[in-house]
Design a protein around this ligand. Structure first.
Ligand code: NAI
Ligand code: MG
Length: 495
């Protein structure tokens, strides 16, 4: 049920392959597997067991049982917090192995995985561990005839479905608040990146969580994911992924009227006003679209620049991309930009680049594959200019290292362009004018606005979208609302 692996950086570990149910790794019922590929070399790393609908039922039954079991239900919030802190400690102790797995399986640079993704898991777990005994109801004074109060109760069994772009972070964002509130969980990982959270599963057991509290499985979306969403034993579904799949999930969840939170796609705008610090704007514009190979739901993939500074900005931005976006082996210290996660994503992004060229946009940088030693799903950072708002590359989520730059004349036009999208996740604006910054921030239809930065995410601050970018919020205190019910208790004090 485990295989010994060695990564190019010399790290060795024992990689679990099973479905983690009831604190044990087990085979899938028909022993089906799915292969995990290293996108930098296109070589298979190993195969893991992939859940059938029957296995999902087994995991859900384990979570249901654990939800009622005194070993979990009987814990105080403080005690749940202790377990979560223990898991955070173990994740921190295993940081190098987890960053290695993430780099190997996803293709993101090792240095980033170690500096950002693993610490995010630790931070999120600790943050919600702290909330576990500080999330309580109220006494509501309605006069002497009645005593009324509320209690916050866990929802029950939470089905959580995560994508491949941030396997560790997305798992943490979901399990942190769910466990904090006393729920039990069946977490389904993305089939493209099955490995890092299976390693965390080992740590879940070591941390001392009772069996069945946190089950972690791999499996295909249409099989295991759909079974989880439709299961009558699941009380809530939390999903991060594409808008199309989010809509399917909403429909399926309606049959049993499940509570849902969805975090889906985006086509986030970044506005550069005429008075912006152009060097700052170029720096953050680069981070906002080229980090994580452009595979970020909040990527600021549409840059809107005031016509008076357009040429200067474009030059500064191009220089930043050329200087910082070093394409290469994700284990190399000098690398900023690794491969796209899979061949399918690589082809999808190249497809959009082709469409952009056919639509008449100018490729001012990149626009082609960038294989390393003839291998890997690498795509050169790509910058489109001469873009019209009607073009597909301006309207649709590409989810790759591709940005479209357009110009505007007035503040009204900038706001109109920014809001001319079915999405509403992130947004950014650059200006030195404080009043304008806050005025425009209020006008943008998005869940998040960054003033003079981009993609600044913080576990203490709510994250989520409006329009077709999702429903509900993760992170921060607001993230707790997705994982508890408020029960109102009325006590008659009169006769
Ligand atoms: P996807 O949304 O289909 O997959 C995300 C997760 O949902 C995976 O765990 C998958 O197994 C599961 N899933 C898929 N179909 C399901 C179903 N019918 N029922 C239940 N679960 C299901 O995304 P995919 O195919 O990996 O990527 C396609 C595009 O989606 C990307 O190019 C990108 O535009 C977008 N995307 C957006 C993400 C975000 O963070 N907002 C993350 C990943 C992809
Ligand atoms: Mg992989």
């Amino acid at each position: 049920m485990e295989v010994e692996l060695t990564a190019p950086n010399g790290k060795k570990w024992s990689q679990p392959l099973g479905l983690f149910i009831n604190n044990e790794f087990v085979k899938s019922s028909n022993e089906q597997t799915l292969a995990s590929i290293n996108p930098a070399t296109e070589a298979e790393i190993c195969s893991v067991f992939a859940a059938t609908a029957e296995d999902v039922d087994t995991a859900v039954a384990a979570a249901r049982k654990a939800f009622k079991d005194p070993s979990w239900k009987g814990l105080s919030g403080t005690e749940r917090g202790v377990l979560m802190h223990k898991l955070a400690d173990l994740v921190a102790e295993n940081a190098e192995i987890l960053a290695t797995i993430e780099c190997l399986d996803n293709g993101k640079p090792y240095a980033t995985a170690l500096a950002e993704n693993v610490p995010e898991v630790v931070n999120v777990l600790r943050y919600y561990a702290g909330y576990a005994d500080k999330n309580f109801g109220q006494v509501i004074d309605v006069g002497p005839a009645k005593f009324a109060y509320t209690v916050k109760e866990p929802l029950g069994v939470c089905g959580q479905i995560i994508p491949w772009n941030y396997p560790l972070d997305m798992a943490a964002w979901k399990i942190g608040p769910a466990l904090c509130c006393g729920n039990t969980v069946v977490l389904k990982l993305a089939e493209q990146t099955p490995l890092s959270m299976l390693y965390v599963a080992k740590l879940v057991k070591e941390a001392g969580f009772p069996p069945g509290v946190l089950n972690i499985i791999n499996g295909h979306g249409r099989e295991a994911g759909a079974a989880l969403v439709q299961s009558p034993g699941v009380d809530k579904i939390a999903f991060t992924g594409s808008t199309a799949t989010g809509k399917e999930i909403m429909k399926m969840a309606a049959l049993t009227m499940k509570n849902i939170t969805l975090e889906t796609g985006g086509k986030s705008p970044l506005i550069v006003f005429e008075d912006a610090d152009l060097d700052l704007a170029a720096t953050w514009s680069h981070i906002g679209i080229m980090s994580n190979q452009g595979q970020i739901c909040t990527a600021t993939s549409r840059i809107l620049v005031h016509e008076s500074v357009y040429d200067k900005f474009v030059e500064a931005f191009k220089a930043k991309v050329e200087e910082i976006s070093v394409v290469g082996d994700p284990f190399a210290e000098t690398t900023f930009h690794g491969p796209q996660v899979t061949k399918a994503q690589y082809e999808r992004v190249l497809g959009y680049i082709k469409i952009g060229k056919e639509e008449g946009a100018t490729v001012m940088l990149g626009g082609e594959p960038a294989p390393q030693q003839g291998k890997g799903f690498f795509i050169a950072p790509t910058v489109f200019t001469n873009v019209k708002p009607s073009m597909k590359i301006y309207r649709e989520e590409i989810f790759g290292p591709c940005v479209a730059i357009v110009s505007f004349k007035t503040e009204e036009e900038a706001i109109e362009l920014a809001n001319d999208t079915t999405y509403g996740l992130g947004s950014a604006l650059f200006t030195k004018d404080l009043v304008k910054a806050h005025r425009v921030a209020r006008e943008i239809e998005a869940g998040m606005v960054w003033i003079n930065s981009s993609n600044d995410s913080d576990y203490r601050i709510p994250f989520g979208g409006v329009k077709q970018s999702g429903i509900g919020r993760e992170l921060g205190e607001a993230g707790l609302a997705a994982y508890c019910n408020i029960k109102s208790i009325h006590v008659n004090m009169a006769v």
